[in-house]
Design a protein around this ligand. Structure first.
Ligand code: 5GP
Ligand code: MN
Length: 339
């Protein structure tokens, strides 16, 4: 794959300097721990495995840490079986690489102890807090994996078919298979280059888009059956623990639900409430493009992107719905007033 046609900076001036500092850090240290956010997705895990493979190929020691099981639909990623749930073998001088998160809190309880001096932060979210000692952030990229590709180049490592599969997985995951508005010509070019480098596109799309559990499809049906559409264009639904138990489904099975709410023609903002075992709700927000759901999520203590964001809101159900609808409407009203 040639470096010229896949320059990863996507027009952001200081990103090159940040990338160079991160690459220097990767070269200088000997051991790395790849860290994911809670509810890991294809972008965060693919980024970690790809950089891990690159670092291993130049003799570095790499640990993939995840305080959770690897989601079933991501078990096609090369390296996933090396993921570990403990810090076994991690030395005191190891560097922790946090991928795809705007602040350290997103990494969950198990990674809050890691001090700033030992953190590399590689991300593409709006409002990244630059919580690492080394930070490489570019909000213009569709996936964190695009930034990782740049680092792989900087390290002088060849993009093997395994690295390419991990990185194409990040792009496909964060662009909805190149359908979302974040899939720019630049993103498409990176995708094409990764396929040329041997990425297994068909394996990725089969796993991410054409494989669902029967239980999950049943819950999708129930969530659509129960969905509400307000006059001002909010389409929302709730998946309770009781529903999940009835079908034997888990939160992992709910990936398509909020997207199925968003496609409704009169919908501007889709909201899915997913009840957790502790009674709180994981909230997923999606925009049809007019309103910034990241602002709404932020008002609720979460974050994300313009068209896709999330937060955790406390129960009980009625008050959770009330607070979320109020946050959505506050951003909608603000925009209506100013435009
Ligand atoms: P999802 O709805 O798929 O869980 O998340 C959509 C997007 O919102 C993801 O890109 C994710 O980074 C972001 N997001 C989801 N939940 C949270 C949250 O609790 N806090 C923050 N900061 N971002 C979130
Ligand atoms: Mn991402």
């Amino acid at each position: 794959m040639s470096q010229e046609n896949t320059a990863p900076t996507n027009g952001k001036a200081n990103a090159l300097a940040d990338a160079a500092e991160v690459a220097a850090c990767l070269r200088a240290h000997r051991q790395f721990v790849m860290c994911a956010h809670e509810k890991p997705d294809g972008d965060v895990l693919g980024s970690g495995y790809a950089l891990g493979l690159a670092l291993k190929s130049i003799g570095k020691s790499v640990t993939y840490f995840l305080d959770d099981e690897v989601p079933r639909n991501l078990r096609f990623m090369p390296e996933w079986q090396s993921t570990q749930r403990s810090f076994e073998g991690v030395a005191d001088d190891a560097i922790f690489v946090f991928f795809d998160m705007s602040d350290q809190a997103r990494a969950g309880k198990a990674l809050q102890w890691v001090p700033r001096e030992r953190i590399v932060n590689i991300d593409h979210h709006l409002g990244n807090k630059r919580f690492g000692r080394w930070n490489y952030v570019n909000e213009g990229e569709a996936a964190t994996g695009s930034l990782v590709l740049g680092l792989v180049f900087s390290l002088g490592v060849k993009v093997t078919p395994d690295i390419a599969t991990c990185l194409l997985g990040t792009l496909i995951s964060d662009t909805g298979c190149f359908q979302y508005s974040n899939a720019s010509p630049h993103t498409m070019r990176l995708g094409a280059a990764l396929i040329e480098a041997g990425a297994d596109k068909d394996l990725i799309t089969e796993q991410l888009y054409y494989t669902r559990t029967f239980a999950g499809q049943k819950v999708l049906g129930r969530a659509l059956e129960n969905a509400q559409l307000t006059d001002d264009g909010i389409c929302y639904s709730i998946v309770t623990q009781a529903m999940l138990e009835e079908y034997g489904a888990t939160h992992e099975d709910l990936e398509d639900v909020v997207g199925a709410l968003r496609v409704v023609d009169r919908c501007e903002v889709a909201a899915l409430f997913k009840e957790s075992a502790d009674g709180a709700y994981r909230l997923s927000l999606r925009s049809r493009g007019r309103f910034n759901v990241m602002e709404m999520a932020r008002a609720l203590g979460g974050g994300g992107h313009f068209r896709a964001a999330g937060a955790t809101v406390a129960g009980p159900r009625e008050s959770a719905i009330e607070r979320v609808l109020a946050a959505i409407r506050s951003t909608m009203d603000e925009k209506s007033r100013t435009h």
